[in-house]
Design a protein around this ligand. Structure first.
Ligand code: GLN
Length: 193
């Protein structure tokens, strides 16, 4: 099993290191041929507007959409979750999210860089709280409930969903790769292996 990390922009190295520490066979994905060689993919945080553009220049938009629609396991964090949402609020006019996770997310919905924060999160399936690192995080303002596209909330912060599951896709508003805690990467790998 090979685990890909989309490496167009953002915190992809930290994800690769976390997966590597867990013994995964990791490959950085920058072109369609590399995507074709992986069984699962991490979409890192960073800047969603830039990543959105790079999906086009790299020609990864269509194959990534196909792979994820076909059930490829995915861990999408922060900007990565914005890329997959059905609706982006406060996005750029030309931002075209893939619409694979039925949530509405507001970019920078927790405020600017100075408003970044850390909070212990109670996560479904984890025994002890997970340290949630929020950096210019997207805020989930709507969670889809319709059958087929139903989204399960795995963790909330102050009553708002911050970790969701939709089919084989796990989406986080925070940065598990910066938490010094590998349990969410472990959980992701358990869905792959
Ligand atoms: N605010 C960023 C965006 O809109 C996301 C921040 C992050 O990934 N840490 O893309």
């Amino acid at each position: 099993m090979k685990v890909g990390v989309l490496a167009l922009q953002g915190a992809f190295r930290e994800h690769a290191e976390a997966l590597d520490a867990l013994g995964a066979d990791v490959a950085l994905v920058r072109v369609p041929e590399q995507l074709a060689g992986v069984d699962a993919i991490v979409l890192p945080g960073g800047e969603s507007t830039t990543q959105d553009k790079l999906l086009d220049t790299s020609e990864l938009r269509a194959p990534l959409t196909d792979a994820l629609s076909g059930g490829m396991p995915c861990l999408a964090t922060c900007a990565g979750l914005i890329l997959l949402a059905t609706e982006v609020l406060d996005g750029r006019a030309d931002q075209r999210p893939l619409g694979l996770v039925d949530v509405s997310v507001r970019r920078n919905g927790y405020g600017r860089q100075v408003m970044s924060f850390e909070a212990p999160l109670t996560v479904a399936g984890l025994d002890a709280p997970f340290p949630g690192v929020f950096i210019r995080a997207p805020r989930i303002e709507r969670v889809g409930t319709e059958r087929g596209g139903a989204v399960t909330v795995l963790a909330e912060h102050e009553g708002v969903a911050v970790l969701v599951q939709s089919g084989a896709i796990t989406g986080a508003c925070f940065h598990p790769e910066l938490a010094g805690d590998l349990r969410l990467h472990e959980r992701f790998l358990s869905q792959v292996r």
